[in-house]
Design a protein around this ligand. Structure first.
Ligand code: F6R
Length: 608
């Protein structure tokens, strides 16, 4: 999704802003640009395509500006070409803006401005903001920005400059993230800390309705009435290495291989071995509400929705508490049965997904308690919810989510354990689960050690047009997640089904060209799943079994077998998903796909 970077200081702003834009490439974009102020003149360089092209354009410039704003655009209004790329200049050329988000009433605003003689040059919604700023400017940029935004409905994170105040960037946010970075005699604004972490770890997150002013002397935050407000400076806890490939060919591969550590980090300090329970400090005060709620919803999108499904199954099975999973995008519009006796969990890696944020707002407006299960610290969902638990997976750069999934499931498992113990699970059973959870990092490691076997299978099937993923119980959402990974990064059509459901329709698809990934651990449905494999083989399907170590029987009927360590149902998803991530990865590499930035996808989807 779109990215913003701005800089004011003593150094040449252009390479700093361009480097920041490169750090945001993972979010997905189709055009880019930068505006800078040099000797009192605003100039803009922009283009369709990647930042590396912009870099070549800028290499020809002799300017040494100390102030600039840049943008990567993911097209919403207007095709991804140079004209629609940001920054946008006002008609007079005096103001430049970059914008993330969507202005919902831009048509009405545009018509009004055109009626008054304003001439627009792009098809974007963004241009109306800079037009309003130009119209309302009376010598003070923050006043013009604040007044312009009063006319606007929708979501925005913006950064604005004017030639009239050449030592100032004004930024503002509503519904799209923005953070100001404080360096030594230099200041930054960005939509994602990844863009500025190499320069500073001291940041101020803007909240909705706030304005930020960056000058060469410092930063200031204003409330919507333009009163100065004092905000806490936050210290970022990760290093620039966390957002680099560190020798791996792709971020996705690095993140898959990080999972022994990230799964451990999600559980660190949260398992109570002696008591066979879990400790989740962030939601401690809300445990009573969760236990006594009339409804428990878990809402999310995409991969996070798969974690939600696993959470629902575990909470019902082990804590014996009913829970319901909702697509966040559907929640708001189906008049959900939510009131002040409801608890809504929102799961999100980025913490910025617009659909999930809307679901939270819907819940809040009906009086529900909202709890976030989020990766990105300080993100919009983390701040919009009443309380929550961070999953501590560290920055996830590959667009296809991997390590966030295992960490989300780890936190759902901790939550289940905590609730289950309070609902009567015995201490002995609790201790057994704690011990199983402690084994997860090494079990993930042992699957990663088979990456060569999986890469070989990937080579065999890289030309397939379809894949079917089957699993039962908690392995059904794992099957869905495996299919989603395959679709996202290799563009191969893939479907996930509960294994037994296969005979109610999908079996019609089976022939010798159909690879079927069958998640078949030795659990209580094993015999039934073996029957399903026979049915598939009778129709010449090509079966790739994910089986429990030591299971020789399955290897006799499956075409390929990938072994995973024996686990409890409680911890199975975290281990069984690993071969599916690797298979999707190696097939995408084999096909020459852009693994880290798959076509049409964005890392955080900040539009509904
Ligand atoms: C899948 C993927 C998406 C996200 C979804 C929700 O690999 O990345 O399906 O899971 O867009 O994003 P978050 O978790 O950031 O709310």
């Amino acid at each position: 999704m779109c990215g913003i970077v701005g800089y004011i200081g003593k150094r040449n702003a252009l390479p700093i802003v361009v480097e920041g834009l490169k750090r945001l490439e993972y979010r997905g974009y189709d055009s880019c640009g930068v505006a800078s102020l040099f000797h009192g003149e605003l100039s803009v360089e922009k283009m369709a395509g990647k930042v590396v092209g912009l870099q070549s354009l800028l290499a020809k410039k002799r300017d040494n500006p100390i102030i600039a704003i840049g943008h990567t655009r993911w097209a919403t209004h207007g095709i991804p070409d140079k004209t629609n790329a940001h920054p946008h200049l006002s008609q007079s050329g005096e103001f430049a803006i970059v914008h993330n988000g969507i202005i919902e009433n831009y048509r009405v605003l545009k018509k009004g401005l055109e009626d008054n003689g304003y001439v627009f040059s792009s098809q974007t919604d963004t241009e109306v903001i800079v037009a309003l700023i130009q119209t309302l400017y009376k010598g003070n940029l923050e006043d013009a920005v604040g007044n312009a935004l009063k006319h606007v409905t929708g979501a925005y994170g913006i950064a604005v400059m004017t030639k009239h105040e050449p030592h100032k960037i004004v930024c503002a946010r509503r519904g799209a993230p923005l953070v100001m970075g404080i360096g030594t005699d230099e200041y930054f604004v960005a939509s994602d800390v990844a863009a500025i972490i190499q320069h500073t770890k001291q940041v101020i997150y803007l909240d909705d309705g706030e304005l930020g002013i960056l000058t060469s002397d410092g930063v200031e935050t204003l409330a919507c009435d333009r009163e100065s407000i004092s905000k806490d400076i936050q210290h970022l806890t990760f290093d620039v290495e966390a957002i680099e490939k560190s020798g791996y060919e792709h971020f996705m591969l690095k993140e898959i291989f990080q999972q022994p550590q990230t799964a451990f980090d999600s559980m660190r300090g949260r398992l109570n071995v002696k008591d066979g329970s879990a400790h989740l400090g962030g939601i401690n005060d809300h445990i009573g509400s969760i236990l006594h709620a009339d409804q428990r919803y878990i809402t999310a999108c995409g991969t996070s929705w798969h974690s939600a499904l696993i959470g629902e199954m575990m909470i019902e099975q082990f804590a014996r508490l009913p829970a319901e999973v909702e697509y966040a995008s559907e929640f708001r519009y189906r008049e959900p049965l939510v009131d002040n006796r409801s608890v809504i969990f929102a799961i999100s890696q980025s913490g910025e997904t617009a659909d999930t944020l809307s679901a939270i707002e819907e819940g809040k407006s009906r009086g529900a308690t909202t709890l976030g299960i989020v990766n990105v610290v300080g993100s919009s969902i983390a701040r919009a919810t009443d309380a929550g638990v961070y999953i501590h997976a560290g920055p996830e750069i590959g667009v296809a989510s991997t390590k966030a999934f295992t960490s989300q499931v780890a936190v759902m498992s901790l939550l289940t354990l905590k609730l289950a113990r309070l609902m009567g699970m015995s201490k002995k059973d609790g201790i057994e689960i704690v011990e199983a959870m402690q084994r997860v990092p090494e079990q993930i490691e042992s699957v990663l050690n088979q990456s060569d076997v999986i890469a070989e299978i990937a080579r065999t099937y890289s030309k397939a047009s379809n894949f079917l993923y089957l699993g039962r119980g908690v392995n059904f959402p794992v099957a869905l997640e495996g299919a989603l990974k395959m679709k996202e990064i290799s563009y191969i059509h893939a479907e996930g089904y509960p294994a037994a459901e296969m005979k109610h329709g999908p079996i019609a698809l089976i022939d010798e060209k159909m690879p079927i990934i069958m998640i078949a651990p030795k659990d209580k449905t094993y015999a039934k799943v073996m029957g399903n494999i026979e049915e598939l083989k009778a129709r010449k399907g090509r079966v790739i079994a994910i089986a429990t170590e030591g299971d020789k029987e399955i290897a006799k009927i499956a075409d390929h077998t990938i072994y995973v360590p024996a686990t409890l149902a409680f911890t199975a998803p975290m281990v069984n998903v690993i071969p599916l991530q690797l298979l999707a990865y190696y097939i995408a590499v084999e096909k020459g796909c852009n693994v880290d930035q798959p076509r049409n996808l964005a890392k955080s989807v900040t539009v509904e």
